[in-house]
Ligand binder design. Sequence first.
Ligand code: HEM
Length: 623
Amino acid sequence: MTHPHSLSLGESLLFDVFCALSVHRIYNKYEVDPTRLLPTFFLLVAVPALPYYLLAAHLKSIVLSLFLTYSLFYVTLLSSIVLYRISPMHPLAKYPGPLSLKISKLLPTFFLLVAVPALPYYFLAAHLKSIVLSLFLTYSLFYVTLLSSIVLYRISPMHPLAKYPGPLSLKISKFVAMYHASGGKQYAFFKSLHDTYGPFVRVGPNELSVVDTEAISPILGLDGMRRGPLWDAHCPPGTTRHLLALRNVEQHNERRKLWNHGFTSASMKELQPAVESRVLELVEELGKQASREEETSLDLAQWMASFTYDFMGDMVFGGGFSFMRNGDEVGVRGLLEGTLKVIGLLEHAPWIVGLLRNVAKVSEKGRKYHAFGMRCYDTRKEQGATKRDLFHYITNEDGLERMEVPRDQGLNEIFAAIIAGADTTSTVLGGLFFHLLSNAAVMERLQKEVDSEFPRAEGEPFDAVKLAGMPFLNAVINEALRLQPPLPTSLQRSPLEGSGGKQVAGRFVPENTALYVPLYVLQRDSRYFSPLPNAFIPERWLDTTSGKFISNTSAFIPFSTGPANCVGKNLALLEMRMVVATIIQRFHVKFAEGYDPSKWEEELQDFFVTKVGRLPVIVTLRA
Ligand code: HEM
């Protein structure tokens, strides 16, 4: 075969290597996470090898089989992508925009990974007799060079994060972190990393974890950063982002205005009766168990979750849930737990979300929850602005802000409110009761305080001002929030787009870095809380003068801090104070027979939000 080549065999091979290195440079320049190369390679090159194998049996020519398989595969893939993107089924179909922008994105990846190596193939084929061998040699040399150059770059002193310590496996890829995340023990993994490597640890090719009070303001504060890329896992491309996932600072500030209206002191006063009514329902239901003749154990952690879900349902669905009376009828908790688990895992590789969206099981779960949410949303919308619940504010029902809230945005906001408000508060309550039951002296002191401030004969402990002023109750809540923050690791930020990077506690952090502030590690750091940083000692919040305790409040940020801190902080505190005071006022609570308290910490799982295990207790009515 004559071939219009102009390169020798060696030059052709070098040209192949050069192409691979150029593709790596392009990926770096455009800040694309090159770990996505592996799945892309698998999908675009390895998958079509299967139909090739079947087709080759029918055609004599290998070249023809290869050509037919791969061209049919790419033509079908590209046309289905293009057709979907411009079809009315696409989630963004109703938004106008040029056709070219709607279509592109996968095309450059295809070009870089499949079309570029075709060039060196052209030169190499002239030196080798077999087309299959030429193809194999070109593409394997290309991919091996590309992947090795990525790995070498990541561990080289040229990498912008080279000076930060951390295990080699984490510098190279996110797979080890994903492994730890999949077992739910990410918080313990991060703690062990900081114990070994110090306050700044490189936990991914482009990620740092930071445990240092000086770093809090530059990362989370007013002049801080934007939300990190882990939020891309929550909102796959093509979906409307809710407040928590908005990475653009201006958009976030705008949206936050709506939420802020829901948590002013006036709004909180209006929300309070809804808290009271659900707290009464909770103690009524617990009372039914308590008045049984035989001692039966109940899972208090589960009851805390039922309470917070019912309450959040009142806030955003106008009363959509009845967990305490009828259990999880819709299966919403199971759905959310599943979703949080997937999200916790995928926060390390948000790009997989795009691929997983097509996996039936995940989308089936999502669809079911979405359908339920839509029904509740529409029913509540039809009722109109008759009550000022959270739905009222975040959908801008009264037009307090000059902005339209389309249905998909409103829906996403209320889904986010459930995730943000239910499991977070209930895991703290579960942890709080666990520690109270494990510390008889603390329980006794708290009971005394509750009895003296709210004697049973004088009614329920529902005076919010008085509750906020009870020193020991609030010390107990602080200590539970310190030891068991509901977001144990996944507080993440990135330097602002276009900033080039930022100085953080005397170190430079490049722009495309994701920074974790793992609260579980920060709030158990012996530099900030001592003695016994892992022990439940509410007194450390009260005795601030004797020198017996170090309690550095700058390192206590369970609700985060800065412009994207927890907007629901005061509501969560109100709920927790009321639930704890009311249960303590009415009941004696003790661990159920046979419960092994060492299980509590063992069963804590970190799936974005902390997931607690069972808390089997016996409740009896106080005389
Ligand atoms: C003990 C209970 C709670 C804790 C410890 C907690 C903690 C947090 C933390 C750490 C963040 C910051 C996340 C980040 O910066 O990336 C956050 C954000 C948020 N929380 Fe909470 N939360 C709790 C309860 C609630 C409740 C009851 C609501 C009510 C709806 C709520 C709504 C939100 C919202 C909407 C955000 C996003 C704020 C923004 O982006 O501006 N949270 N929460």
